[in-house]
Ligand binder design. Structure first.
Ligand code: 4AD
Ligand code: MG
Length: 433
């Protein structure tokens, strides 16, 4: 690794002779001076061929080059404030590895379907490059923050026998002689078991929902980090989420200045809202607020994407909506001690129209209440035997939450659709590439 040159490290190699191996981004010029822009996946560099300084063969190669051809280009680096990245190369050799066929993605307006059909190539485009790097930085920030706070990583299963959130959106598959297996919708239930062993725990992995929603916020396969904390109530849970979200946004912005510049993201707007105290509004008050704003919404109905946006625009920070009616939330949420029609939960709504990025709650620790909820929801009680066990052997108050990676990436990047926030999006009508 040490001896390899990567464009992102150009500033450490001023005046040295180096070789860049990468792909042709652009070429221009004719006659005695030619310019090649090469990208190596870590950055973009301008390379200058001057007659008499570069080999004649380099000039011949230049004429043949097409967009995305793979090349190895060698020369001396020099500081050039006008070039991208602040350095350019004075070329002496240019070797062609492969001449690319006419590249389907051109610097013009392509429709989203065309770009998604070519996702395997689209990933190379600068905006997509930037988004995927922000995602990578976000994942690292999440891991760093949680590890730093003493949380232990628990890898929860993808193939499960019992269900997670709700029955209607399960993907199922045949499983040998055991009948059906289901793809995990969340690692939460398994994470709760691990919490009793390790106290503060998290999981991080792909989750699956056979959602028929064709919105800009839904994927059928997405990544989630679930966090679970022993001896936390719903307020403690919200406090932790607030610190966590603020920290991961700050760490990601700090790690990705170039990427966010490519995305033309106004990081002041992002950081200002992430640094404000997060607003908190009860479900009751949220319904009231929506009515004041002219929405026709009944108490007891779920708060959909459009309504979330109305609420988040009312505050200029992320906002928690807490204590929802029990009948629209998952079975495991703790019943409100004074109002049995509610549960102690919270959804965190990100600003700028992104919508819910976290769903969390205090968990029901009373075995009888929990069993009654499982029956009420018509869930297969046998499948939950092990989960109920957790309330038999040292039950404690505890809480947790799940953050959706793609929606968080979309918020940080300022993009409107989650399909660009994951390398290969899976949606109802898309399984390829
Ligand atoms: O609110 P959800 O359904 O919560 C749970 O699954 C809990 N078991 C988490 C927990 O308490 N440990 O999902 C959590 C988050 C949502 O807030 C959203 O960000 C994301 O996961 N999410 C989706 N992202 C993209 N496409 C979908 N279809 C999503 N469904 C949920
Ligand atoms: Mg939710």
């Amino acid at each position: 690794m040490k001896d390899r040159f990567y464009i992102r490290n150009a500033k450490d190699h001023a005046d040295e002779r180096v070789t860049v191996r990468g792909w042709l981004y652009n070429k221009r010029g004719h006659g005695k001076v030619r310019f090649v822009e090469v990208r190596d996946g870590t950055g973009l560099m301008q390379c200058v061929l001057v007659k008499g300084e570069a080999n004649d063969s380099a000039f011949e190669a230049f004429d043949e080059l097409t967009q995305e051809s793979s090349i190895a280009i060698t020369g001396t680096l020099r500081e050039e404030p006008r070039a991208v990245g602040g350095y350019e190369m004075g070329v002496d050799e240019l070797e062609i590895l492969q001449i690319a066929e006419p590249y389907p993605i051109q610097p013009k307006e392509h429709g989203p379907e065309f770009l998604l059909d070519n996702r395997h190539l689209w990933l190379r485009s600068s905006k997509q490059w930037a988004i995927i790097r922000v995602r990578s930085a976000l994942v690292l920030a999440i891991r760093k923050y949680l590890d730093g706070q003493g949380f232990v990583l628990i890898d929860t299963p993808i193939l499960t026998g019992s269900i997670g959130e709700e029955g209607q959106t399960l993907f199922e598959t045949k499983y040998f002689d055991l009948g059906k297996a289901y793809l995990a919708q969340t690692g939460q239930l398994y994470l709760e078991a691990a919490m009793f062993a390790h106290n503060l725990v998290y999981d991080f992995g792909p989750t699956f929902r056979a959602e028929k929603s064709k919105t800009r916020r839904h994927l059928t396969e997405f990544w989630m980090v679930d966090v679970e904390e022993a001896f936390y109530d719903s307020d403690d849970n919200m406090n932790l989420q607030e610190e966590f979200v603020r920290a991961i946004v700050e760490m990601t912005v700090e790690a990705c200045p170039r990427e966010l510049e490519i995305l033309e993201r106004d990081t002041n707007i992002l950081l200002n809202s992430a640094r404000k105290p997060f607003a908190r509004i009860s479900y009751d008050d949220a319904i009231e607020l929506l009515r004041e704003k002219g929405e026709d919404i009944e108490w007891g109905r779920d708060i959909g994407g459009a309504a979330e946006t109305i609420i988040s625009e009312h505050f200029d920070s992320p906002v928690f909506i807490y204590d929802y009616p029990k009948k629209i939330k998952a079975f495991y949420m703790k019943q409100h001690p004074e109002r049995p029609e509610l549960v102690k939960c919270s959804d965190l709504i990100a600003p700028e129209g992104v919508g819910e990025i976290i769903g969390g709650s205090q968990r029901e620790e009373d075995i009888e209440v929990l069993r009654a909820r499982i029956r009420e929801e018509g869930l297969p009680e046998e499948a939950y035997g092990w989960y109920l066990d957790l309330r038999k052997f040292g039950s404690v108050p505890h809480s947790g939450f799940g953050l959706g990676i793609e929606r968080t990436v979309a918020w940080i990047c300022g993009i409107s659709h989650v399909r660009e926030a994951i390398p290969f999006p899976r949606m109802i009508y898309r399984l390829n590439p």
